[in-house]
Design a binder for this molecule. Structure first.
Ligand SMILES: C[S@@+](CC[C@H](N)C(=O)[O-])C[C@H]1O[C@@H](n2cnc3c(N)ncnc32)[C@H](O)[C@@H]1O
Length: 271
């Protein structure tokens, strides 16, 4: 009993009261380790930083669990997206039907050597114009694995690489076009990522984005804020100011088009 009370006290300090806590597999693991007296450092890290539940229940503790921008943890981000890759195609099945034509229209504007940032499982590769010269990156090797098969079925030259958008391993001024699709809802520090895109883009290069962002319509904005508490545990943020972030990184806006309300947007910018 004393041990249990001690454990509760530790949870209180490690997991501040910022929302509902549900019993999860991780919690069982921690309890088991605690009762056997073996160290549980690793499990404790998983609890506080990576609480997506293996039983399908999620912790609602955004401030307590999301790493702040100052303490970016690339491996935490990679593991999150590796896990998401398992169900990604299932979860996004309707997207071709809803947004395929708009993506094709945007992709038709790419020119020259193009960096596709955050290729995911490669669902959008089929919209690339024939003859494209593409380097496609993603932080998740599991996503890349799935994208390989789809890339093999596409016309054009596509090179897939695991890489962090916040730390691109390319020299300055290397690409003519930057292409992003639902990328800057997911890169943990979007301004840092966009600054990297700016760096590797040629001076006369273009940035083409297909992104969902926070609405400016009050009730939708609040709903997207609320949903983000949940979705960021296993996927994207739904309330990013991607146009603002792009400007903060140094780009100049060329064109902004609403595809669905003011939430899904085509954004075109230049260096
Ligand atoms: C919402 S998914 C979009 C995937 C794909 N563009 C699509 O539309 O199907 C977000 C993607 O961003 C990737 N990602 C997240 N953080 C990243 C980072 N720092 N660098 C590169 N890719 C990242 C994830 O692995 C995931 O594949």
């Amino acid at each position: 009993m004393g041990r249990f009370l001690l454990l509760r006290k530790r949870w209180r300090t490690e997991l501040p009261n910022k929302g509902a806590v549900f019993l999860t597999w991780d919690l069982f693991a921690l309890l088991a380790e605690e009762s056997t007296g073996r160290p549980y450092e690793k499990e404790r890290m998983n609890m506080t930083r990576d609480p997506v539940c293996k039983m399908g229940v999620v912790f609602l503790m955004p401030e307590a669990t999301a790493p702040s921008e100052g303490e970016y943890d690339a491996s935490h981000n990679q593991r999150k997206w590796d896990r998401a890759s398992l169900t990604y195609d299932l979860m996004t099945r309707g997207e071709d039907w809803r947004q395929g034509e708009e993506k094709r229209r945007l992709f038709a504007r790419i020119r020259g050597k193009t960096l596709l940032v955050a290729v995911g499982t490669g669902n959008d590769l089929k919209y690339l114009p024939a003859g494209s010269d593409i380097v496609a990156i993603d932080i998740s090797p599991r996503m890349i694995e799935q994208a390989q098969a789809k890339a093999a079925r596409c016309a054009g030259k596509i090179t897939l690489l695991p890489m962090d958008a916040q730390q691109l391993a390319f020299p300055d001024n290397a690409f003519d076009t930057m292409l992003t699709v639902c990328t800057f809802c997911s890169v943990p520090n979007p301004v840092q990522g966009l600054k990297e895109l700016y760096r590797v883009l040629k001076p006369d290069g273009q940035l083409l984005m297909f992104e969902h962002v926070r609405s400016k319509i009050g009730p939708f904005a609040l709903f997207l804020d609320f949903m983000t508490f949940l979705t960021r545990k296993f996927g994207p943020d739904l309330n990013r100011d991607t146009v603002g972030n792009m400007l903060r990184a140094g780009f100049r806006l060329r064109r902004e088009e609403n595809v669905y309300l003011d939430i899904v947007k085509i954004i075109e910018a230049v260096k």
